[in-house]
Design a protein around this ligand. Structure first.
Ligand SMILES: Cc1cc2nc3c(=O)[nH]c(=O)nc-3n(C[C@H](O)[C@H](O)[C@H](O)COP(=O)(O)OP(=O)(O)OC[C@H]3O[C@@H](n4cnc5c(N)ncnc54)[C@H](O)[C@@H]3O)c2cc1C
Length: 366
C-alpha cells in the first residue's frame, strides 16, 4: 500500500468512527455544560444511563465569559455538584477556581462532553429524539437520544437597549477586564451588581467612569459589601452617577443622556451596557415547549419532575425561571439534576426512586 493510500485509509476510518459515534443512541442528552447541565449529567449517569452533554462553547461556557477577575457571591460549598468538595482558600471563590473545580468534576465523572457543538434543533419524539448540531467548522451532526435535558442558561443573549449607536464596536454587553480602558471615558449602564462591580473595577484601574441607571437609586439587591463602596465613590465624585436617567444615543466620541434635568451630551470612548440577559426563548419554543405568557415566560413544566409539556424534554437550571433569571442560580439549580434523575429512573429503568423535592426559587443578585 502506498503511503498516500495509507493516509486516505486512516482518514476514512477516523471519519467512520465519527459517524458510528453519531449513530449511538443515548439515554439522555443534556444541552448545555453549565453547572446545572453537569449536575444533571452526573445524576443521570449515576443511574447507569448513557449520557452525553453538548455545549456550543467550552465547558461552563458562561462562567468562562464572566469578568476575568470576578469573585462569586456564594461560598464554595454552595457551588458544589456531584458530591465533590470545592476546596478554596477564599471565603468566596474566584472565577478561575470555579473553572478549575467544574473541569475536575467533569474529569472525575468521565462525563462525555461534546464542546463547540451548537444544538440547532430537535426532531423526533420521546424515546427517539434526533438532536441536530453544528460544530465550529460548520459541520452538521445528529445525535439520537431517548430523553433530553435543556439547561441552556441565559447568558448568551443580552437585553438590548434598542437605541441608535448600540451596534458600534465600542458598545459591549459583557464586561471583561479593566486594563484596556485606562484613561478612557467609560459609560456603565445598569444599577445592579454587575454594573456596580464593573464601575468600581474600571475606576480603580484608571478609567473615567460614568454610571447611568434608569432607577431613582441603585438596585436593592446590590450585595451589602459592594453597596457602600459604590455609594462612597459616587458621593466623593470619583464615579459620576446619573440616576433616573436613560441613554438615548451613542455616537463615536459621545453619548447622550436623558437626565431629569434634560438631555446631556458627555464625552465617551466605551460603553458597557450591563442591563441583563435572557434565555433563548425562541430555541425553547422550537422544541415545542410552551412559555407562560402571563408568568415571565416561564417554560411550562411539571414542578415535581421538571418535565416540560413536551414528553421526554426536561428543563433545568436558570431556564426554569423564564425571564426571572435571578431566581435560579447555581446554588439552587444544581439540585435539578436529582429531581430529573428520579423521574428518569422511573421512566427508563422502571425504578421506584423517591422523588426529591424541587428547590424553591429564591431571589439572588444577578
Ligand atoms: C457575573 C455573575 C456572577 C454570578 N455569581 C453567582 C454566584 O455567586 N452564585 C450563584 O449561585 N450564581 C451566580 N451567578 C448566576 C449563575 O452563574 C447562573 O445562574 C448559572 O450559571 C446558571 O447555570 P446553568 O447551568 O443553568 O446555565 P449556564 O451556566 O449559563 O450554562 C448554560 C450552557 O448552555 C450552553 N448553551 C446555550 N445554548 C446552547 C445551544 N443551543 N447548544 C449548545 N449549548 C448551548 C451555553 O454555552 C452554556 O455553557 C452569577 C452570574 C453572573 C453573570
Amino acid at each position: 500500500m502506498s503511503s498516500d493510500a495509507r493516509i486516505v485509509t486512516a482518514k476514512y476510518s477516523i471519519h467512520t468512527i465519527g459517524i458510528m459515534s453519531e449513530r449511538e443512541i443515548f439515554d439522555v442528552l443534556v444541552i448545555g455544560a453549565g453547572p446545572t447541565g453537569l449536575a444533571c449529567a452526573i445524576a443521570a449517569q449515576s443511574l447507569g444511563l448513557k449520557v452525553v452533554v453538548v455545549d456550543k462553547g467550552c465547558l461552563t461556557n458562561s462562567l468562562f465569559h464572566y469578568p476575568a477577575n470576578m469573585t462569586f457571591f456564594t461560598t464554595p460549598e454552595l457551588l458544589e455538584i456531584g458530591d465533590i468538595p470545592f476546596p478554596s482558600p477564599n471565603q468566596k471563590p474566584t472565577r478561575m477556581e470555579a473553572l478549575e473545580y467544574y473541569r475536575k468534576v467533569a474529569q472525575h465523572y468521565r462525563l462525555d462532553v461534546r464542546q463547540y457543538e451548537n444544538v440547532d434543533r430537535v426532531t423526533g419524539e420521546d424515546g427517539r429524539f434526533e438532536v441536530h448540531t453544528t460544530d465550529s467548522f460548520e459541520r452538521r451532526k445528529t445525535h439520537t437520544t431517548r430523553k433530553i435535558i435543556v439547561s441552556t442558561g441565559y447568558y448568551d443573549l443580552p437585553n438590548h437597549l434598542r437605541i441608535p449607536g448600540e451596534d458600534l464596536a465600542k458598545v459591549k454587553h459583557y464586561y471583561d477586564e479593566p486594563h484596556p480602558y485606562f484613561a478612557q471615558d467609560v459609560l456603565v449602564i445598569g444599577g445592579k451588581n454587575s454594573a456596580a462591580i464593573a464601575a468600581l473595577e474600571l475606576w480603580r484601574h484608571g478609567a473615567r467612569v460614568t454610571l447611568v441607571h434608569r432607577g431613582a437609586e441603585l438596585h436593592r439587591h446590590i450585595k451589602y459589601w459592594i453597596k457602600p463602596d459604590i455609594e462612597n465613590r459616587i458621593k466623593n465624585g470619583e464615579i459620576a452617577a446619573h440616576l433616573s436617567t436613560t441613554v438615548s444615543q451613542i455616537a463615536e466620541d459621545s453619548v447622550t443622556l436623558m437626565t431629569p434635568g434634560g438631555p446631556k451630551v458627555i464625552p465617551n470612548q466605551f460603553v458597557f451596557a450591563l442591563t441583563g440577559y435572557h434565555p433563548d426563548f425562541e430555541f425553547l419554543e422550537s422544541l415545542g415547549v410552551k412559555l407562560d405568557s402571563d408568568n415571565a415566560r416561564v417554560p411550562v413544566c411539571n414542578p415535581e419532575t421538571l418535565e416540560s409539556n413536551v414528553r421526554g424534554i426536561y428543563m433545568a437550571g436558570v431556564v426554569v425561571a423564564g425571564e426571572r433569571t435571578n431566581e435560579v442560580f447555581i446554588e439552587n439549580g444544581r439540585f435539578h439534576g436529582a429531581v430529573i434523575a428520579a423521574d428518569l429512573a422511573a421512566k427508563l429503568l422502571g425504578a421506584n426512586v423517591e422523588q426529591p423535592i424541587a428547590p424553591e426559587h429564591t431571589v439572588a443578585a444577578e
